[in-house]
Ligand binder design. Structure first.
Ligand code: BG6
Length: 470
């Protein structure tokens, strides 16, 4: 017997740009990732999602594998420019049909769809008008959300608006590693505000639509630990908590920004600027649930130097956290290597207990909000032995994190589902295809043939036993 409720959703997740391919097929418009990934030097060895793992053409085969593994739910995202090639206005019927067919295929196998409306692939046409820095993008997002409700709301009950503001705003507007490649905190804060506005508008439209379902937001669950208990490191740690958790969760779970930080940002940079009605919009449209994506913990230290982050996109351990290659802000904080930590080859600390701690801290701050663990997984180069993919490290990683979720449930958290990242090996944004996460391997030398990994059979047992066998 496990502590998991009997209707617990054992799932897996993916995102449109990372799996679909067919980047210009059947009327799809370009996204900012289509543009960005074609720029020389932007991604690891020039990899892109033009073909990805061709899920667009092979989704029936993929759904059959999901069913065989026993998945009860599948979290996927919709590509906005596949539905609305210019971001608003003319609708691409072939795009609408693709997701409709995918949803039907899932339901035929009793797999509950969970839709993410935005997993980073903004229509390029909207970026050309200012992207998230333009308030009109929030209005276009509402139009897009309503289109999705209209076509899929009869069959889909679980929806989330955005995936991981910290990444697409943080990398997009602060470090500049993701599109649109800007490095300007003030512009980041205003863009982020428009995302919260877009979210609230989409939640309001969802409630007006009368769909019999729930709508939430997906955030990175970034747990922090101070490097030491010195006054300086503790202050840096509290600041990191404020920025990476309170700033990003409060607007969607409490309907307001954390007051002290808001005042500081507005004094320092004059942002975020509110339009009339924004405060009420945020306050009246908080989420039904929160999705938490947990991969790693960050160790936080005081910081008196300029820092510049070059991400480890090669999988050569130790490239992250080198002197001068630490993410941070001068005078505020930086992320450093935990001297006692266990790290992946991409320098992500493996710390399963952080998932229990993080869930409980969300519960402590936001009350009894329903929680889904919408991502969690190990990025690794999987060993192939005698033709079999023997991903024991992934099994260990996931097993320990399932334990961590069970611990949180025993401590009273309302966790309703678990979506490991990912169902299938996919394009890992800047890291190409070498950073594998899936239960299913894709052979890029053999016409993208699918192969079940050792973890596929292991997860099948986990699901069958409702988490008891792991
Ligand atoms: C999350 C994203 O940030 O982490 C996924 O929602 C992503 O899209 C995953 O793939 C792992 O990150 P990465 O950079 O290793 O692919």
């Amino acid at each position: 017997m496990s502590a998991f409720p009997k209707d617990f959703l054992w799932g897996a997740a993916s995102a449109a740009y990372q799996v679909e391919g067919a980047y210009n097929a059947d009327g799809k418009g370009p996204s900012i990732w289509d543009t960005f990934s074609h720029l020389p030097g932007a991604t690891y060895q020039g990899t892109n999602g033009d073909v990805a793992v061709d899920h667009y053409h092979r989704f029936r085969e993929d759904v059959a594998l999901m069913a065989e593994m026993g998945m009860k739910s599948y979290r996927f995202s919709i590509s906005w420019p596949r539905l609305l090639p210019a971001g608003r206005g003319a609708v691409n019927a072939a795009g609408v049909k693709f997701y409709s067919d995918l949803i039907d295929a899932l339901l035929e196998h009793n797999i509950e769809p969970m839709i993410t409306l935005y997993h980073w692939d903004l229509p390029q046409a909207l970026q050309d008008e200012g992207g998230w820095e333009a308030r009109s993008t929030a209005e276009a997002f509402e139009e897009y959300a309503r289109l999705c409700y209209q076509h899929y709301g009869d069959r889909v009950k679980l929806w989330s608006t955005f995936n991981e503001t910290v990444c697409f705003i943080g990398f997009g507007y602060i470090t500049g590693g993701h599109p649109p490649g800007i490095q300007n905190p003030a512009r980041a804060i205003q863009a982020c505000h428009h995302v919260f506005v877009a979210h609230a508008k989409a939640v309001a439209a969802f409630r007006r639509s009368g769909i019999n379902g729930k709508i939430g937001f997906v955030n990175v669950l970034q747990t922090h630990t101070p490097l030491s208990d010195s006054k300086e490191d503790m202050a840096a740690f509290h600041l990191a908590e404020g920025i990476f958790t309170h700033w990003l969760y409060d607007p969607v779970l409490k309907g307001e920004y954390p007051a002290a930080l808001l005042e500081q940002a507005q004094t320092l940079w004059g942002v975020p600027q509110f339009a009339p009605g924004d405060e009420a919009l945020l306050r009246d449209n908080i989420c039904d649930f929160i999705g938490l994506n947990y991969y790693k913990r960050e160790t936080i230290a005081a910081n008196n130097q300029d820092t510049h982050l070059t991400m480890n996109t090669s999988g050569k351990k130790g490239l992250g956290h080198q002197q001068g290659n630490e993410f941070g802000f001068k005078g505020l904080f930086k992320f450093v290597r935990n001297p006692n930590g266990v790290y992946t080859d991409w320098d992500w600390e493996i710390y399963p207990q952080g998932l229990t701690e993080g869930i409980m801290s969300i519960k402590a701050r936001y009350g009894d909000i329903p929680i889904y663990i919408t991502e969690n997984g190990l990025g690794a180069k999987d060993p192939i032995i005698d033709g079999e993919i023997v991903d024991d490290d992934r099994i260990d990683y996931l097993s320990q994190h399932i334990q961590a979720i069970e611990d949180a449930i025993k401590q009273g958290a309302d966790v309703r589902g678990y979506y490991p990242w990912s169902f299938i090996d996919l394009l890992s944004w800047l890291n190409g295809f070498q950073k594998q996460y899936g239960f299913v391997y894709v052979d890029h030398q053999k016409q993208l043939a699918r192969q079940r990994k050792k973890s596929f059979f292991w997860y099948q047992d986990v699901i069958k036993s409702n988490g008891a066998k792991r």
